[in-house]
Design a protein around this ligand. Structure first.
Ligand SMILES: [Zn+2]
Length: 244
């Protein structure tokens, strides 16, 4: 008989009940292959994580619907703690996030200029913007960390900067829809709609990670995204005029 995710003492409290968020030792007990029993949470008496038996599509739909329990499953129960702490995953997430953010900025600037841009100028613009995107996201995450520390709950040892960083990166998955603009033509308003979804998704992620009220998390997210937007506007006005 095996217990879900109890391979080491350090992992013992790595899982969370998706309903109430309380740390839990085991999510399920496996009697034989394909024969498992889901554990109940001692705090809320509900099944600790029903997503273990669900199809991945159910999880994706619940993530899109911004259900906090789906985010808890994704952050705490879906992967082992070793995988989440893997530096490679973090760096790949950061790189993917920056590339998608730079691409979104490039698409917007193309809409604004409506120029007869060729491939060379697009690549040059992309490199230039990538540097700007890196800087403004650095500011964005600094504001997010400081805002979380100042205005949100910070129970000792429950979460750190790395948890917030990974939570924000993962919950920005709506940016992947920017890839669709490579294939189809969309109005520029689609970029802003994607940004709105990213802000709301970041808010749920912060709410789940910090156990804070939704309205406070929303305020921190809006503040961080506003600063990022203003820094982006400042950067795009300054160097573009020098180069053009
Ligand atoms: Zn519970």
């Amino acid at each position: 008989m095996e217990c879900g995710g109890t391979t080491s003492e350090a992992q013992a409290t790595a899982f969370r009940c998706v309903q109430c968020g309380i740390p839990i030792k085991t999510l399920y007990v496996q009697y034989s292959p394909g024969n498992i029993r889901l554990m109940k949470c001692e705090n809320c008496k509900a099944v600790a994580d029903e997503y273990i038996e669900c199809e991945i599509m159910i999880l994706i739909i619940d993530l899109i619907l911004h259900k906090p329990k789906a985010y808890r499953h994704l952050f705490y129960n879906m992967f082992s703690k070793e995988t989440l702490n893997h530096e490679g995953l973090l760096w790949k997430s950061i790189l993917g996030f920056l590339i998608l953010d730079a691409y979104g900025t490039l698409v917007l600037s193309t809409y604004e200029r409506e120029s007869n841009a060729n491939v060379t100028s697009l690549l040059w613009d992309f490199g230039k913007m990538f540097a700007g995107v890196f800087f403004r996201n650095l500011v964005f995450f600094c504001v997010m960390f400081l805002g979380a520390r100042k205005f949100l709950n910070s129970p000792a040892g429950l979460y750190g900067c790395k948890d917030i960083l990974l939570g924000i990166l993962v919950s920005s998955y709506f940016k992947i829809f920017l890839v669709a603009t490579m294939v189809w033509d969309f109005p520029s308003s689609v970029i802003f709609i994607i940004d709105l979804f990213v802000i709301s998704s970041n808010t749920v992620a912060l709410e789940v990670i910090t156990y804070s009220e939704m309205i406070r998390c929303l305020a921190v997210c809006i503040m961080a995204h506003s600063v990022k937007f203003m820094v982006g506007q400042g950067l795009s006005n300054y160097p573009l005029k020098l180069v053009m």
